[in-house]
Write a protein that binds this ligand. Structure first.
Ligand code: SF4
Length: 178
């Protein structure tokens, strides 16, 4: 796929990433002194599986990395079991292209568990905060539904033979464009 077609089939996904980033930026501003997430903290960076739309997005970005960085990541893939291969010196080599799940890590998310509402966030963040206003919460169910729809639309708009699997491990995602 050429650059223009990739950008076009990823348009909806890119728009969703922007919406998520805008929301998180507001949280960052509002709770600036309560968020300790920073470069060098890699606690959340475990091996991922991705929807095809995210896999293609990250593969396209991976292909643009300098060759020496790609080589480090390929070696990471061989030597790591749980930690994400994109971690280099405890920082994400594709930070601006990281998947949506990585963007939400650490921030307050809302979900339902066994029919009960549940708010979750990194315990290192939001020290002393016991509740959040509704607009500070990201509904994981809503986000997943939107991402699933975008992924379905993406799959309908491209042709692959064989078809993409439902989920793609990051180890395979990086090489989709090769
Ligand atoms: S893609 Fe980046 S932010 Fe996400 S788990 Fe891997 S290293 Fe961490």
């Amino acid at each position: 796929m050429d650059k223009n077609s990739i950008e076009s089939v990823l348009e909806n996904y890119t728009a969703l990433v922007k919406r998520v980033d805008d929301h998180l930026l507001n949280i960052e501003k509002k709770y600036a002194d309560k968020i300790v997430c920073k470069k060098g903290c890699d606690t959340c960076c475990r091996f991922l599986t991705l929807f095809p739309v995210e896999a293609v997005s990250i593969s396209s970005a991976f292909g643009k990395l300098p060759e020496e960085i790609q080589t480090i990541i390929v070696n990471n893939l061989k030597n790591r079991e749980d930690a994400c291969p994109l971690l280099i010196n405890r920082a994400c080599a594709l930070y601006s292209h990281r998947p949506i799940i990585c963007r939400t890590h650490g921030y307050p998310i809302y979900m339902e568990k066994d029919g009960e509402p549940l708010v979750d966030f990194c315990p290192k963040n939001f020290n002393g905060i016991t509740s959040f206003p509704k607009d500070a919460l990201l509904s994981i169910e809503q986000l997943n539904t939107t991402l699933t729809t975008i992924n379905r639309y993406f799959l309908d708009s491209i042709e692959t033979d064989p078809p993409f699997p439902d989920r793609i491990p990051i180890s395979g995602a990086l090489f989709l464009e090769k």
